[in-house]
Design a binder for this molecule. Sequence first.
Ligand SMILES: [Zn+2]
Length: 309
Amino acid sequence: MTKKWKKEALHLWLTTNLSKSDIARSLGKPRTTVRDFLFRAEKEDYVQDVQHKSNVLVFDIETSPMIAYVWGLWKQNIPIDRIIQDWSIICFSAIWLGEEEVTSAWVDTGFAGTTELDVVRMMWELLDEADVVVAHNAKRFDVPKMNAKFIEYGLKEPSPYKVVDTLAIAKSRFKFTSNKLDYITQLFGHEGKHETNFQLWVDCMKGDREALMRMVEYCEQDVLELEKTYLKLRHWDKQHPNLAVFDEEDTLRCGTCLSEDLELLEGKRAVTSTSSYPVYRCKGCGKIQRDSKSSTTTLKRKNLLRNVQ
Ligand SMILES: [Zn+2]
C-alpha cells in the first residue's frame, strides 16, 4: 500500500539532517507534497504505520433515510407496506491507514451515470482487499448496511477481515460526555466534522447535485477525522486485531501498530490463573501487551543482542 517515495522520505527524515525541502528535491517530488506528508507523519505518529505494510481501511458510508406513511410522531410501529421509499447508499469515503488519498464514490445516475450498484461494487472491492476495517459504529451500522447491499445485489461475501469499531472502544473504555465522533475528535484537539443538517440529506434525495458534492465532502472529512481518532484510541482497544499476524516478517512487533520499538516494563508481570508473562509497552502507539512466552524471553534476549552489537 505504501508508496515507495514515502518510505524513502521517512528514512531520510529519520536518519539524516536534510531539511524537508532537500528531501523533496532528492526524491524529485513537489516540495509541498513531501513537506505535508512529513508534517503529518510527525504530528500524528504516522511514522510506524507507513513504514510497514498495513491493510487497514478506514471508512464511512452515508445513507438516505426511508420515506414512509405515518399516523403520528410518537412511538410509531410502521408496517412494511407503509414504506414509500427504502433507504439507499448516497456515498462512501475510505482511506488506507497512513496513505494520503481518500477514495470516494457516490450515486449520481443523472450526471455521471453512476448507479448504486457501481458504488456498492467499489466498496466491496475495498473491503475484500482489507485485513482490518475501521468505522465509527462499524459493527452495528456501516458493516451490516454494506452487507445488506452486497446480498441485495447478489455479491458474495468479501474475503475475511477484522472489524475495529471506534464507537465500541469509546463506550467500553471511557465515559466521554458524548460518544459521537464529532465530540471525541474535537476533544483530542482535531478540527471536527463539517457542519451539516438534515436538509442536506433531503436535497441529496431530490437529486440536487451541489448538495451531493457537499455530502461527499462531509463524508471525506468524516473519514479523515475518524482516522486521527482511531490512531488515538487504538492502543486502548482490548480486542484490537493483532496486525502482526498479517505481517510476514518474523520479528517481535506491536500487534496494534507493527512497531518493533517495544520497551520491557521491568518488574511488571501479566498474571493468568496458571502463569505470569513479561509485559511491554509499544513506543509507537503506546499499547501495553504481554509476551507470548511466560518465562524471560524473546524481548530480553533481543535487548541483550542489541547491547552486544
Ligand atoms: Zn504499537
